[in-house]
Design a protein around this ligand. Structure first.
Ligand code: GMT
Length: 377
């Protein structure tokens, strides 16, 4: 099949899922056309089945807000026609779903039918999309999509709760490529940052408020009073400076290491003992799945879709949002006994294997086939 994929080109979340999906589909013989405003971060090579089309927004002095959505629709019309795409798959509804529906309608007027698959990822529903200024546009785009998928049951339920969506939503969970995400031997890196008996905790995110990185630091502060440990903070974003200041104020500056944005996050995860994910909302928690694949158990909040991934008492622990005291207690419980830690690490990997890319990919293929076949009938 010739498949167009629209996504954000960013390091985290939906951009990663879209890019890894496209790369895996290309390996299975499909022709994949990525359409975005920048080359997706994980699209670090090309083959004769992978293509990238940049959306370039022309600026003009009149525009306080350059018209990205209109330009994206125009680019989609062009790529769909020229490349003769069979299906267009858009990741993150805002503004990708509405831009795709506009392109679909323009093409319909020319007698060309293009099925649209929209995948909902998280804050496109739970934070940004539900805002009254956007809600009617996103509702329309979801209902006009030929197929709708969401990355968790929780996100599906939120969508039905918050929007007047009449379409079926198929849950297809996020996935992990074990060729890349598995424990690597990088002990030299661990030795460089920890002493022999120190445990190593980690958090990776885009440092937005919703990630509650201050709860990561507060959990660590309680823990390190009882257990020698260090904390790695990977990623960057609006909250980073505030978190740096918090670490200084709490006297943790020499125990918390800020690594910034990293390409080879699996190498870092490979030397860590525990992952912290205290998010206020989280539709799935791909970062936690990446950690689990590298044999790192997870202390998380019980928000959104996280309980569909992290099993309480098995792969880590689930705590109420904001309850960093319990998070610290549970972290100490796992880390203070090496036999317990070993068991949790093994459980984390076993759970991650259930999200192996080979199990999830066919689910997307069958969605594509169903919308393409519907069009033929
Ligand atoms: O929705 C977002 O906040 C952005 C999105 C992204 O593009 O980074 O993250 C969401 O999608 C990921 C991939 O499906 C999920 O693993 C994240 O849980 C989800 N983030 C939130 O729900 C906050």
């Amino acid at each position: 099949m010739k498949i167009g994929i629209v996504c954000y080109p960013t390091y985290g979340g939906s951009g990663v899922v879209a890019t890894e999906l496209g790369k895996a589909l290309a390996e299975r013989g499909h022709k994949i056309h990525f359409i975005s405003y920048k080359q997706p971060a994980r699209l670090d090579f090309f083959t004769n089945s992978l293509f990238y089309h940049e959306v370039y927004v022309n600026n003009y002095p009149l525009f306080e807000y350059p018209p990205y959505e209109t330009t994206l629709s125009g680019r989609l019309v062009d790529v769909i026609k020229v490349e003769k795409l069979d299906v267009l798959h858009v990741h993150y509804a805002i503004p990708h779903a509405s831009a795709a529906i506009f392109a679909k309608q323009i093409l319909a007027a020319e007698g060309i039918h293009i099925p649209i698959v929209t995948t909902l990822h998280g804050t496109d529903i739970t934070l940004v999309g539900k805002d009254a200024s956007i809600l009617p546009v996103i509702t329309y785009a979801m209902n006009m999509s030929d197929a709708l998928t969401s990355v968790s049951e929780s996100l599906k339920n939120d969508t039905y709760k918050l929007f007047n969506v009449t379409k079926d939503i198929k849950v297809i969970p996020n996935f992990i490529d074990f060729d890349r995400f598995s424990k690597k031997s990088r002990e030299h890196f661990r030795k460089a940052i920890t002493t022999n008996n120190e445990k190593l905790l980690v958090h990776t995110s885009n440092f937005r408020k919703v990630k509650r990185v201050d709860d990561v630091v507060k959990t660590f502060a309680l823990l390190e009073k009882q257990l020698p440990a260090k904390l790695l903070l990977v990623g960057d974003g609006p909250e980073r400076q505030h978190i740096e200041i918090l670490c200084r104020e709490m006297g943790l500056w020499d125990k918390v290491i800020f690594l910034g944005k990293q390409d080879q996050v699996e190498e870092i995860l490979s030397v860590c003992d525990l992952f912290l994910l205290p998010s206020g909302t989280e539709s799935f928690g791909l970062a936690a799945l990446e950690a689990m694949a590298c044999e790192v158990p997870v202390i998380s909040s019980n928000a959104g879709g996280i309980p569909e991934l992290n099993i309480d008492g098995v792969t880590g622990y689930l705590c109420d949002v904001g309850d960093f005291t319990t998070m610290a207690e549970k972290a100490i419980k796992i880390l203070s006994d090496n036999t317990t830690l070993k068991q949790f690490k093994a459980n984390a990997k076993a759970r991650a294997l259930e999200f192996h890319i080979s199990k999830i990919l066919p689910q997307y293929e069958s969605v594509y086939e169903s919308v393409v076949n519907q069009a033929v009938k």
